[in-house]
Structures are given as structure tokens and as C-alpha cells.
Write a protein that binds this ligand. Structure first.
Ligand SMILES: *Cc1c(COP(=O)(O)O)cnc(C)c1O
Length: 237
């Protein structure tokens, strides 16, 4: 089933309203929470419709998916977030096409990103992907590796990237309680890192998707990544 521009506009308005309610219940300001509209596998027209409704922050999990849309929808207001797993051979192209990367979990990739950001005159904001539930099927740093990783990353003094926080992807088939516990654990890990390192590097928490973003907001998410509730269900992954 395809969506009209108006459907997308209404879906966005409804997500914004739900964000407002969830934030207010948690005593937080919804305007300080970034909504990343995840447009993976969706046609450029859907992104265009969201742009017309005032949405300018978009997420993609492949370089190709983002570039094909960016070529058609050139708007300097747009802010693209790379949310997929990144292979190191693709790292070079990230800084010129994205403002944010949510999935850093390798120092080798960090070096490549920084090098290419410097060369292209960009700065890339990065989040560390944490495998908060230590799920063997998931990418991301195991919890115990986060502090040593940060230590090494910050010591490397990589000029092209700036570390801004942590990201996690919820476990598949987890109960609401398990998901909420994972979000709370990510927040606590962020707080621990903020005390140990510079708090500026841990200001952001990217967590929560269509099914659980309100819980993520209750646990302190500053960035939520919402796809199907805006653009409809995907036929691919
Ligand atoms: C696809 C995806 C989302 C959005 O998921 P929905 O359930 O459609 O909201 C969020 N984050 C990541 C990393 C994704 O790959």
C-alpha cells in the first residue's frame, strides 16, 4: 500500500504529538529531542512529502539509499544520519554525505572517517553503537569495551569526528520490560562515561524506534529513529 503526501504529513504530526506527550510525562522538553525519520527503502517522494511537512532530519542504513535521495532532494536544511552497519571500505564516503553516524564500533573505521572528513572539509558527529544486552546477533561494542574504546578514541585526537554520545538498537522479540531496562542501562552507561570523560561527548542518546520511542523518551533518549510509523511498513528488511 502506498501512502499519500497527506498520510505522511499526518503520521509526522501524530509522532510529534506522541513525542510531546511522552516528553512532558517525563518532565522533558520535546523540542530538545531529535526525530530522525528513517527513510530506508522508501521512495524519494516520501522524503519529499516529509520535507514539505517540515521534517529535515532523515536516517538511512545504506550509503546508496541516501545518495540516491540526496541527489534528487537537495536542501541545505536536510540533516542525514547514517544508522546502518558500516563496512570500513565505505567509511570514506560517509562524511561528505552525512552529518551524523550512529553506529561507530571500530577504531579503524573511526580513523578512516576522520581522515576523509578532514579531506572533504566536513565534521562528522558520531555515536558509539553499544550492544547493551550483549546479544551475539547484534553489532556494537559490548558494554565492558565502551570505556576502553572511548579512552583510545579520545586519545587519538581525530580531528574530523566528534563523539557526541551512545546509540543502541533494541533486542528483537524483547518484552517491554526488557526493552525499557536496556534503554535505562544505556542512559546509565552514558552517565558513567560523562563523569569519567568530558560530558559534552555524552550529551546524546539515540534509542527508540516506532514501537518503543515513548519508553526511550521516558529513559532519556535525545534522538529517536522512527521509520514505519511515518512512512508505512517496509517490504524489505
Ligand atoms: C529501520 C531502523 C529504524 C526504524 O525502525 P521502525 O521500527 O521502522 O521505526 C531505527 N533504527 C535503525 C538502526 C533501523 O535500522
Amino acid at each position: 500500500m502506498s501512502l499519500s503526501s497527506n498520510d505522511i504529513k499526518e503520521n509526522l504530526a501524530s509522532i510529534r504529538e506522541r513525542m510531546r506527550i511522552a516528553a512532558s510525562a517525563a518532565g522533558r522538553d520535546a523540542n530538545k529531542i531529535r526525530l530522525v525519520a528513517v527513510a530506508k527503502y522508501m521512495p524519494p517522494g516520501y522524503v519529499q512529502a516529509a520535507m514539505s511537512a517540515g521534517q529535515h532530519c532523515f536516517g538511512e542504513n545504506t550509503l546508496q539509499g541516501a545518495c540516491s535521495k540526496q541527489a534528487l532532494l537537495d536542501d541545505p536544511q536536510n540533516e542525514w544520519h547514517f544508522i546502518g552497519h558500516l563496512q570500513s571500505n565505505k567509511a570514506k564516503l560517509i562524511p561528505e554525505n552525512f552529518a551524523w553516524l550512529h553506529t561507530l564500533d571500530s577504531l579503524k573505521v573511526a580513523n578512516k572517517l576522520s581522515e576523509s572528513a578532514v579531506l572533504s572539509g566536513n565534521t562528522l558527529s558520531v555515536l558509539l553503537q553499544v550492544n547493551i544486552a550483549n546479544d551475539p546477533a547484534k553489532f556494537g561494542l559490548p558494554v565492558a569495551s565502551v570505556c576502553p574504546f572511548v579512552e583510545e578514541l579520545l586519545q587519538s585526537g581525530l580531528a574530523g569526528i566528534r563523539l557526541r554520545g551512545l546509540m543502541t538498537i533494541g533486542r528483537r522479540n524483547a518484552s517491554r520490560d526488557e526493552t525499557r531496562a536496556d534503554f535505562a542501562a544505556l542512559r546509565k552507561l552514558g552517565e558513567t562515561c560523562a563523569e569519567r570523560f568530558d560530558a559534552w561527548h555524552f550529551a546524546e542518546l539515540s534509542m527508540g524506534m516506532s514501537n518503543d520511542f515513548e519508553m526511550a523518551i521516558a529513559e532519556g533518549a535525545t534522538i529517536i529513529r522512527v521509520g514505519s510509523s511515518i512512512f508505512g511498513h517496509r517490504t524489505t528488511a
